[in-house]
Design a protein around this ligand. Structure first.
Ligand code: UD1
Ligand code: CA
Length: 457
């Protein structure tokens, strides 16, 4: 679309009090800056010029590991001499004929729709500003309009007269330009202002003086232009973002018990008639099939949940793939590599890891099943442990179809249990069991009749 984007992200973020660069702080599970880059991608930017300074190596290494689809041009601003100065570092790399949008790395929720409209305005006028009318304009640049309501300047708070400070229309910071003209206007910026900085906002008055009309677009969505300077603003914006997602899910047909108590921190695919109870956290990439029901306080990380599965309260699942109609929990922990066949059941206080468990099999209570392959219709009694670790290496347990494992059994891996075998409760199984056999491996019971209890002296 003949558009380039310049993202300003050189600021220190002092008020975050963090070793992590501000723009890498996550919102909805991904860095603020990633949201901005996604918006640039959504409007088909040809190149994103990323102006970084403070801790730029950390920002760079993040995006080396998490590449984006739009080409990135890394621009170093070693000294932060103002927004105008930041744009000056990138402008020479932009073709004169292009429209260039200036975004901030710490304004994460900017919408592609606003950017498209702003771009359209700049394409006719050469310059356009995204503004907002707000109750509290403190600290922000004020929009100065003439008697015909045309924008003639932006005045920073620190340079504003008491009358100008009364203005409630503010500069969101997001602007669009014809690149060729922007370069001309940038060359006449100076630092004769209260902060001794090169203000990008001064291009507005300069453009006006050169006979340009300044385009403007007013947004009514405070969140999309909300900048993050400290962790309280980040937390507030996170809640707004989550509420917005939860409402969207509800409008798409998901039963959301309380839109204020749902956190989705990554891409989510949902089927029909899915239900999410309170305090559910969906992290990473998750898929929920039709009629899936998720109970309260459940955490899902990178899971694939088949149709009709029920996940009961307080369960924690990571990297698990469930076929249809499985029941999990309450209080279950499914770790990466857990794969369940249809109608499998994992009950309370059960932990699974790298465990493939067949259709109709049940692990109902208090067990650990790790590095295991369990076939169909197996019943694993309460307190069964796969002893998969000898202190040095991990070993595998194989359980064939129809096996019945009695309660409190230790399966010392490597070990294989044949089809339809039965294990007596309390056994320590150290050798393979052939199919259909009963294995009992425990101390024999002895009853002593006439036993007298000791008496107190
Ligand atoms: C700027 C605008 C102001 C607007 C406000 C909205 C100017 C002069 N002022 O204020 O009108 O209301 O944003 O939040 O443009 N940055 C750099 N390099 C620099 C300076 C800043 O990369 O040398 C980046 C910062 O990291 C930040 C963004 O630019 O992401 C804005 O900088 P900030 O100092 O927060 O903006 P203000 O100058 O306060
Ligand atoms: Ca700011």
């Amino acid at each position: 679309m003949n558009t380039d984007v310049i993202v300003l992200a050189a600021g220190k973020g002092t008020r975050m009090y963090s070793d992590l660069p501000k723009v890498l702080h996550p919102l909805g599970g991904k860095p603020m800056l990633s949201h901005v880059l996604d918006a640039a991608l959504a409007i088909d930017a040809d190149t994103i010029h990323l102006v970084t300074g403070y801790q730029s190596d950390q920002v760079r290494s993040y995006f080396d590991q998490h590449p984006v689809a739009t080409p990135l041009n890394w621009v170093e601003q070693t000294e932060q001499l103002g927004t105008g100065h930041a744009v000056m570092q990138a402008a020479p790399m932009v073709d004169d004929s292009k429209t260039v949008l200036v975004l901030y790395g710490d304004v994460p929720l900017i919408s592609p729709a606003s950017l498209r409209q702003l771009r359209e305005k700049a394409q006719t006028t050469g310059i356009a500003v995204l503004t907002l009318i707000t109750e509290d304009p403190t600290g922000l640049g004020r929009i100065i309009r003439d008697d015909h309501d045309r924008i003639v300047a932006i005045v920073e708070e620190k340079d504003a007269t008491p009358e100008q400070k009364q203005i409630t229309e503010i500069n969101t910071g997001i602007m669009a330009f014809n690149a060729g003209r922007l370069k001309t206007w940038l060359s006449s910026l100076n630092t004769a202002n209260a902060q001794g900085e090169y203000y990008l906002t001064d291009t507005v008055a300069i453009a006006c003086r050169s006979g340009c009309t300044v385009g403007s677009l007013q947004t009514f969505d405070e969140n999309e232009v909300q900048g993050v300077n400290n962790r309280l603003q980040l937390a507030d914006l996170e809640r707004s973002y989550q509420l917005q997602q939860a409402r969207q899910l509800a409008l798409q047909g998901v039963t959301v018990a309380d839109p204020a108590r749902l956190d989705v921190r990554g891409p989510l695919t949902v089927g029909r008639d899915v239900s999410l109870d309170v305090n559910v956290i969906l992290e990473g990439r998750n898929r929920l099939g039709d009629r899936v029901s998720i109970g309260p306080n459940v955490v899902l990380i990178d899971c694939d949940i088949g149709d009709d599965c029920v996940i009961l309260a307080n369960s924690h699942l990571q990297g698990a793939a469930l076929s249809s109609a499985c029941t999990i929990g309450p209080f279950a922990r499914l770790r990466p590599g857990t794969e369940l066949g249809s109608h499998a059941k994992i009950g309370n206080f059960v932990e699974t890891k790298k465990a493939v468990i067949g259709a109709g099999s049940k692990v109902n209570h208090l067990s650990y099943i790790g590095d295991a392959s369990v076939a169909e219709n197996v019943n694993i009694g309460a307190g069964t442990i796969t002893c998969n670790y000898d202190g040095v290496n991990k070993h595998k347990t194989t359980i064939e179809a129809g096996v019945f494992v009695g309660s409190n059994t230790a399966l010392v891996a490597p070990v294989s249990i044949g089809r339809n075998a039965t294990i007596g409760a309390g056994s320590v199984i150290t050798a393979d069991i052939p199919e259909n056999d009963l294995a009992v491996a425990r101390g024999k019971q002895r009853n002593i009749s006439g036993w007298k209890r000791p008496v107190k002296k």
